[in-house]
Design a protein around this ligand. Structure first.
Ligand code: SF4
Length: 272
């Protein structure tokens, strides 16, 4: 799918948080829109996507000059108290266009100079490893969370065909962990996976976050229902992996390799 790229200077880059992100003072989105176009993405139901006029996943707006705004805004925010940042809540900070635009990297450079009290980096792109040098400079106040919902490429292609392949995400987890950075694998939302998946993850990370549509879409599963995701499970004979109890099933499987304190459930896996 071709992604339409546009460029715009943001009026503001640090946004006060609420709801799911209430443990943070600010969210930081280097882009608007997302080329990964996940079928279950809850942002599809939010005004940012609904009022754009083009289908979610087909467009990305680059926040040009974002680092200049961030420099001013973080200095001001730090004068008022602790600053905890979630990057990103309504896009992936490592869009394919980030290879050239380097907006996320420029924001990280500002954050290295003006350290927040905590920075959570949420992505599903292996491009995140490009910035390990910067993460290492603030490693005592950062967590990197890499989404890997399954170990089955056939399943990924059903739900997130435009997202990076799973093998590249496993390598990114490994590389990040090898550098001693705090990293977690986010099975969020958990998708049907093989019996080997917990063992594969346990060989790389010591922390996983488990989430499903019913805990994690911000509406008890209603947003996901409106996206008609259940149909994808039915069409592919995977109904037993859809429902409010699915995280329990996944939890039992993960417990074979991880202890309870290494498995964080839904929102707790994303807290500062
Ligand atoms: S990567 Fe995140 S923001 Fe982008 S489409 Fe997927 S769930 Fe939505």
């Amino acid at each position: 799918m071709q992604t339409k790229i546009s460029y715009k200077e943001p009026r503001r880059i640090l946004h006060p948080t609420s709801g799911f992100l209430k443990g943070y003072t600010h969210s930081l989105n280097p882009y608007v829109g997302c080329a990964f176009a996940c079928s279950y993405c809850y942002v599809r139901q939010m005004p940012i996507a609904l009022f754009h006029g083009q289908e979610w996943g087909t467009w990305v707006e680059v926040k040009q000059g974002a680092e200049m705004r961030l420099r001013k805004e973080i200095q001001k925010a730090k004068q008022k108290g602790p600053v905890t940042i979630f990057m990103s809540s309504s896009t992936d900070p490592y869009q394919p266009v980030e290879h050239q635009a380097q907006i996320t990297r420029s924001l990280l450079e500002v954050l290295v100079e003006n350290r927040p009290d905590f920075l959570f980096v949420q992505t599903r792109s292996p491009l995140v490893t490009r910035d390990i040098d910067l993460f290492s400079k603030i490693k005592d106040r950062i967590r990197i969370s890499i989404t890997i919902e399954t170990d089955l490429e056939s399943v990924r292609k059903i739900f997130t065909p435009a997202a990076p392949p799973l093998a590249s995400r496993l390598r990114a987890l490994q590389k990040t962990a090898d550098h001693g950075l705090p990293v977690q694998a986010a099975l969020a939302p958990v998708l049907p996976f093989s019996e080997r998946f917990p063992e594969i993850l346990a060989n790389i990370v010591n922390r996983v976050c488990l989430d499903d549509y019913f805990m994690g879409d911000g509406s008890g599963g209603k947003r996901t229902e409106r996206l008609n995701i259940k149909k994808r499970y039915e069409e592919n004979g995977m109904e037993e992996w859809y429902g409010p109890g699915i995280h329990q099933k996944a939890l039992e499987l993960l417990r074979k390799e991880f202890s309870d304190h290494q498995i964080l459930i839904s929102q707790e896996g994303f807290l500062p």
